[in-house]
Design a protein around this ligand. Structure first.
Ligand SMILES: *[C@@H]1O[C@H](CO)[C@@H](O)[C@H](O)[C@H]1NC(C)=O
Ligand SMILES: *[C@@H]1O[C@H](CO)[C@@H](O)[C@H](O)[C@H]1NC(C)=O
Ligand SMILES: *[C@@H]1O[C@H](CO)[C@@H](O)[C@H](O)[C@H]1NC(C)=O
Ligand SMILES: *[C@@H]1O[C@H](CO)[C@@H](O)[C@H](O)[C@H]1NC(C)=O
Length: 258
């Protein structure tokens, strides 16, 4: 009995190490397909000192929605919002004049991970630069959508420069399907033990070892903004998003007449 458990464990370990070595670290396979910016004109790259910090979504010509942790310890006077180009490091550049961070709920630390950047000048909209509406109903389990972005989140021991650098400069897009939030929490808990997920989050299935797009990457369902990535992964684990249906009132009041 003890012996067979040992063999089982050994088999499992060698399988997972080989898989991760091939696809998880170092040679992260590219996620999705290269996209034209006209397919996702609401996407923005948030940078400081010529470094990508996160992605974001254009909510209206003056505001971009990102994750709250994106600008921790960053002086917003150094932040640039780049829009209108599939190449992450080009496009029109806008300064940030204010940041409105959502108050966090201490009970569910994964919730409320949102912040709004107020641009110093409103964006000029075009086929390549356009705001997107927030979804007007709670998306259901099994719903299909697409997520787009540049970077990849590399966590913990899978922090690999190659994985980050290799495919991150080209805008890419992939189709996803929503997963039940409880199942998602169970599957993610194995690697992130402190995770506490409420219905303020949504989750999508990921079937391969490619890395998720950047934090803040927009998830779109039926042409409306349903979520932004708050916890991606380079493993074959579900991706977690802030479920924006829950935050539409906060977004509306925070951006109104401002
Ligand atoms: C800006 O980036 C350069 C090159 O990567 C680095 O040497 C420098 O320390 C960075 N400056 C700040 C303030 O982060
Ligand atoms: C942010 O940067 C500006 C311009 O470089 C500087 O004047 C200001 O003191 C900085 N603020 C903080 C909090 O470091
Ligand atoms: C919030 O989102 C950031 C991504 O910007 C992520 O690194 C962080 O883990 C999230 N925080 C929580 C508590 O989920
Ligand atoms: C690893 O990547 C290769 C090549 O991209 C692919 O054929 C294979 O299915 C991947 N393996 C897993 C477990 O995702």
């Amino acid at each position: 009995m003890l012996q067979s458990a040992g063999i089982l464990l050994l088999t499992f370990l060698s399988w997972s190490t080989a898989e991760v070595a091939k696809n998880g670290s170092g040679r992260c396979s590219p996620r999705g397909k290269a996209a034209r910016v006209e397919e996702v004109p609401w996407i923005a790259s948030i940078q400081s000192n010529n470094t990508q910090l996160c992605s974001g979504a254009i909510i209206n010509p003056k505001f971009v929605l990102i994750t709250a942790n994106c600008l921790t310890n960053v002086n917003i006077t150094t932040v640039k919002v780049l829009v209108g180009n599939p190449d992450r490091d080009s496009g029109s550049s806008f300064g940030v004049c204010n940041e409105i961070i959502h108050t966090r709920n201490p009970k569910h630390t994964s919730d409320d991970n949102l912040s709004l950047l107020k641009l110093c000048e409103p964006l000029t909209t075009s086929a390549k630069v356009k705001a997107i509406d927030i979804i007007d109903k709670q998306p259901e389990e099994g719903a299909r959508g697409s997520v787009a972005g540049w970077g990849s989140l590399t966590k913990g021991r899978f922090k690999s420069k190659d994985c980050w650098a290799k495919h991150s400069k080209v805008l890419r897009k992939t189709d996803v399907q929503l997963l039940d939030i409880k199942e998602c929490a169970t599957r993610r808990k194995k690697s992130f033990s402190k995770l506490s997920l409420s219905d303020a989050n949504i989750c999508s299935e990921k079937r391969d070892f490619s890395c998720s797009y950047d934090a803040g990457s927009p998830l779109v369902i039926d042409g409306k903004l349903a979520g932004i990535i708050t916890a991606g992964t380079c493993l074959r684990k579900p991706e977690i998003y802030a479920s924006l249906y829950n935050y539409r009132k906060w977004i509306e009041t925070s951006t109104k007449d401002k």
